[in-house]
Design a protein around this ligand. Structure first.
Ligand SMILES: [Zn+2]
Length: 203
């Protein structure tokens, strides 16, 4: 489920649709949670689909920490990648605003955190664009991504959280623990290497 203060807009023929903020969304706000209505497609199901449906699944899904393809029932699936993104996945299973997002600004993500299985061309116009997303990006940039995610998580308790009730109780407790025990921080690398520790609300 995407943050409620967002809207889906058509950008252009090249980029297609994107998700935009309708209100100020401060750094530290949870912007996406995998909720019980998301469509989960395992590998066997994916392989059984006709080619044209696999293309759609690949375009609109992300691959979670368990290797399952997730397609959001709402317009969270239209959030675009940007090499200078304003939201990122966390080792807690949800996504967070890593800087302040202003009304009218596009909500963007780091697709490198989505357990990519193959390379993906990029069309973003940022000067520091990586041009191609690679599965190895996770290892190359994971620690840099942690440097953006960790300070955002520390702001979480003092920030309004419309999606808080969709977070699993155990994950809520772990997030709350961060304030007293900063060393308990869960690296984004857990999404790849310790998936069993990334608990999100799935049932
Ligand atoms: Zn880029």
């Amino acid at each position: 489920m995407i943050h409620p203060s967002t809207v889906l807009k058509f950008i252009d023929e090249h980029k297609g649709y994107g998700v935009f903020a309708t209100e100020f969304i401060p750094k530290g706000t949870i912007t996406y949670v995998k909720d019980p209505l998301e469509i989960e497609i395992n590998e066997a199901h994916f392989e059984s689909l006709p080619g044209y449906m696999q293309e759609h699944v690949e375009k609109y899904s992300y691959i979670d920490e368990n290797g399952t393809r997730i397609i959001s029932w709402d317009f969270a699936k239209y959030v675009n990648h940007c090499c200078n993104c304003n939201t990122m996945s966390t080792g807690y299973g949800f996504e967070i605003a890593i800087r302040d997002i202003f009304p009218g600004e596009e909500i963007t993500d780091e697709y490198g955190l989505f357990n990519l299985t193959e390379e993906m061309g990029l069309y973003c116009d940022k000067p520091d664009c990586r041009k191609i997303l690679k599965p190895e990006d996770f290892d190359a940039y994971g620690h840099l991504w942690d440097e953006k995610v960790k300070p955002a998580l520390q702001l979480l308790p003092s920030t309004a959280q419309p999606l808080w009730s969709f977070i699993d109780r155990r994950v809520q407790q772990d997030v709350e623990l961060l304030e007293q025990q900063p060393e308990s921080y869960r690296s984004v690398l857990m999404l790849k290497y310790e998936p069993q520790k990334v608990k999100v609300l799935t049932a």
